[in-house]
Design a binder for this molecule. Structure first.
Ligand code: CMP
Length: 145
């Protein structure tokens, strides 16, 4: 079943974007939209709103606004699960043990600096894709298929 998901490459891994896009294609997935952008503090807090009560929220917002991110719409069979499998476990130090070939194992550092994000469900993907690629936005529309 074809799905779309939101992949975000975090500030610690944007310089590895070429390698990461190759991994995505090697897994049989396609990049159908892409944008490099810097999130404001407000945007970061909005994107991660579901984590606002967590102890790590401030660290997370601080990190994600420390440099540019690359957001991509990824299309493919079971894309939500497939991209999260490529990412590996959330904490990069765990990923190095449990999934040494994963994006987080190779390009992240720890539980905060973890190289990438993937939507955790189809509902999250819809919300997060709309966040980065709003269907009502000005300028050139993000309609590439
Ligand atoms: P991400 O997939 O972007 O979704 C939420 C993020 O919160 C997660 O990746 C981590 O970057 C961060 N996060 C989750 N748990 C912790 C934690 N225990 N300490 C620090 N950051 C965390």
């Amino acid at each position: 079943r074809k799905e779309k998901t939101l992949a975000m490459i975090k500030p610690d891994a944007t310089d590895k974007i070429g390698t990461i896009i190759q991994l995505i294609y090697d897994a049989g997935l396609t990049v159908t939209k892409a944008k490099m952008t810097a999130l404001s503090r407000k945007e970061a807090m909005d994107f991660y709103a579901e984590h606002q009560s967590k102890s790590f929220f401030n660290n997370l917002v601080q990190f994600i606004t420390s440099g540019p991110v690359v957001a991509m719409e990824i299309l493919g069979d079971e894309a939500v699960t497939a991209w999260r499998r490529l990412l590996g476990p959330t904490d990069s130090s765990v990923a190095r043990n449990e999934a040494p070939d994963s994006v987080r194992a190779n390009f992240g550092t720890d539980g905060t600096k973890n190289a990438g994000h993937g939507s955790d469900s189809l509902a999250s993907a819809a919300r997060e894709l709309e966040f980065f690629f709003p269907s009502t936005g000005r300028g050139p529309s993000n309609t590439a298929k």
